[in-house]
Design a protein around this ligand. Sequence first.
Ligand code: GLA
Length: 475
Amino acid sequence: MGWYPWNEFGQEPQNEKLIREMVEALVSSGLKDAGYTYIGPDEGICFSRNSSGKLTPNLKRYPSGLRGLGDYIHRKGLKYALYTDAGTHTCSKAMPGTKNHEFDDMMAFAEWRADYLKVDWCNTQGQDVARTYTTLRDALHAAGRPIVFSLCSWGEGEPWKWAASVGNLWRTTGDICSPGKADWHNAMKIVTANEKLYQAAGPGHWNDPDMMIAGMDGLSEAQNRSFFSLWCMMAAPLMAGNDLRRITTSTARILTNLEAIAINQDPLGIQGHIVRRKGQVEIWGGKRLFDGSQAVLVFNQGATPAQVQVAWPDIGVAEATMLYVRDLWTHRTTGPHTGGIFTTVAPNDVAFLRISRTSAFPVPPVIVADTYLVSLRAARPGPEKLSAAVTVETKGSAELALWRVWPELPSWLSAAVTRDGKRQTFTNTVSTAGLKKGHYHAVVRADNIEPVSRKPMSALYYDVDLEVAQGCAGN
Ligand code: GLA
């Protein structure tokens, strides 16, 4: 989950000011608190290659440098997304691609502390898709930073067949719109193509039907709601693409609906699909959730309201089963029902339902941190003890077990975790005894278990920087 500039802005006016304004808006609009985390420039003319082959940031557009922008994003408790291309150049040819520079370039992204890297497929004549992205994966591993790897070959090379062990997400189709021009019709074509690939999706390897257009000019509230529900149902990456500085209350309410996000972020990671069509109405199912419930989406593409029956056999349940139904947009629970339910759906609108044997509808963990960067400075000459905290909260229903910090920390750093309900605090303690003057860096990583399904959760991590201004005596 995050925000990316391309759908709204294209290349212009991407620059540091825009990204910073969007970071502020991501926080103030409530999107950060709903789990949107990754943010940064897309093809934003961020860097060039110098005469010795090294990537160097474009300081005119990004005066803090690309590491500086990343630090700013991390300090806000967000993760840093960057973009490049697998060929000779990016699509507009305004930036160099990684061809023949794979290992050095991935090292540069790791040094800039990217957490997410989208790699486009322009200007790749003669390159094999699977081989190229596999080399880039190896280069990312060699660079040593945990970076979400987003493949963007627009479905070329059918990545859903081989990329689960290569990347974390892969675009399944062409672009959802031209910059600034939300295109509902094209979005629906993308849904049709992406829906068919449901078997390829799973935790850590997702079909990506592109960044979202919800909230862009030209879509109605019903279309925004339907679009978002479809992306949630398809377990699609939720990269918002609208201008967050002028987000409306209605769009913010849609994009931050935690009950819908719970379907998208479900730990089982199943992509739903169409189980039944009745005229212009689709019933989507096949999305079992971590607590034993399931999600069902009724989508009316017709021009008139539709009265639709969701019969239990349509969703794989015996007719006599007693089930509660939660409407994820009205936030009301009814039931228990047997046989099925009737619902009326307006044109271009949806009924987004969660169906369960119990009336509890738990939200899985959605992790929000106050910062992902700790910076400490030891100014005095002798040994010093310093400490700084990182607070991590789950917006899910259940408290989490204590996060377990990975043991491989440098000798100058320790991290201890304490819990206060859904919030946990990582206290980072630094001891400068024996350290020379200089800069030190470590990545603290931690694991957890989702408490309802008992499935392992993705590792959490943050950066710790230490500056030792004078060093200890004798150093
Ligand atoms: C391709 C990608 C888009 C965007 C542009 C940038 O078209 O599919 O998402 O990154 O390149 O040029």
